[in-house]
Design a protein around this ligand. Structure first.
Ligand SMILES: NC(=O)c1ccc[n+]([C@@H]2O[C@H](COP(=O)([O-])OP(=O)(O)OC[C@H]3O[C@@H](n4cnc5c(N)ncnc54)[C@H](OP(=O)(O)O)[C@@H]3O)[C@@H](O)[C@H]2O)c1
Length: 195
């Protein structure tokens, strides 16, 4: 088993799936729900902190954790949706970049947001591996998340700087449109094909 210490904040669809999947490979995976003290303790002890909370909750989390996230790999799985399930921002910024501004000493990486939670524990739809797109400005942090994604079962692709979260957040919105609005259901996902 690998010993990287991982804290997952959020015990819902995403937090639960990532916890299940990562526990196959990592011996130190702690998942905490909406509890400020537990979140602070878990984040303080972790090397990698995965944010699996609703987008509007990020401000609460930032306020609560503050310096506890300094130097940590912070994985942003959130989708910046407003109350009407429309993209809340984009084109000239992204949820991930705004998070990085609020946490200037954390190493924010955008990942997993383009995947339905049902597939996050295996990285697959059926037997087909999905692509995990991983964007971030800190090369080592990004590599850590690429490794996590591969260990889950994804094919992982370095998707460049955090700025490219501007592309990943609308891609996730397309996934939601296809799955929930256009009737394809959630047994779908994105795979980058290359030779
Ligand atoms: N579901 C998907 O397929 C999917 C796919 C890709 C990305 N995402 C993104 O992943 C994130 C989580 O989605 P989800 O489906 O896992 O949501 P969820 O099932 O509703 O779980 C959210 C978790 O966050 C906690 N939480 C809520 N408000 C909080 C706060 N103010 N402070 C701290 N924790 C708080 C909740 O605790 P309580 O239940 O106790 O409030 C719960 O444990 C969202 O940003 C979503 O856009 C979801």
């Amino acid at each position: 088993m690998k010993t990287t210490k991982i804290a997952i904040l959020g015990k819902g669809n995403v937090g639960g799936a990532l916890a299940r999947g990562l526990a196959r490979t990592y011996s130190h995976v702690q998942t905490v729900g909406n509890d400020k003290t537990a979140q602070r303790q878990a984040a303080t002890q972790a090397e990698v902190v995965i944010l699996a909370v609703p987008f509007p909750a990020l401000d609460d989390v930032v306020k609560n954790l503050g310096a506890a996230l300094d130097g940590k790999v912070v994985v942003d799985t959130t989708n910046a949706l407003d109350a009407n399930m429309n993209l809340a921002l984009g084109y000239s910024t992204s949820g991930a970049e705004e998070l990085q501004k609020k946490l200037p000493r954390a190493r924010v990486v955008k990942a997993f947001n383009t995947v339905f939670a049902q597939h996050m524990d295996s990285g697959k739809v059926g037997s087909t591996p999905l692509t995990a797109f991983v964007s971030g400005d800190d090369a080592a942090a990004k590599q850590t998340v690429v490794t996590l994604a591969k260990d889950l079962g994804f094919e992982a692709v370095d998707t460049g700087p955090l700025k490219n979260a501007r592309l990943l957040e609308p891609l996730a919105y397309l996934n939601i449109q296809l799955g929930y609005v256009l009737g394809l259901g959630t047994q779908i996902g994105f795979k980058l094909v290359r030779e």
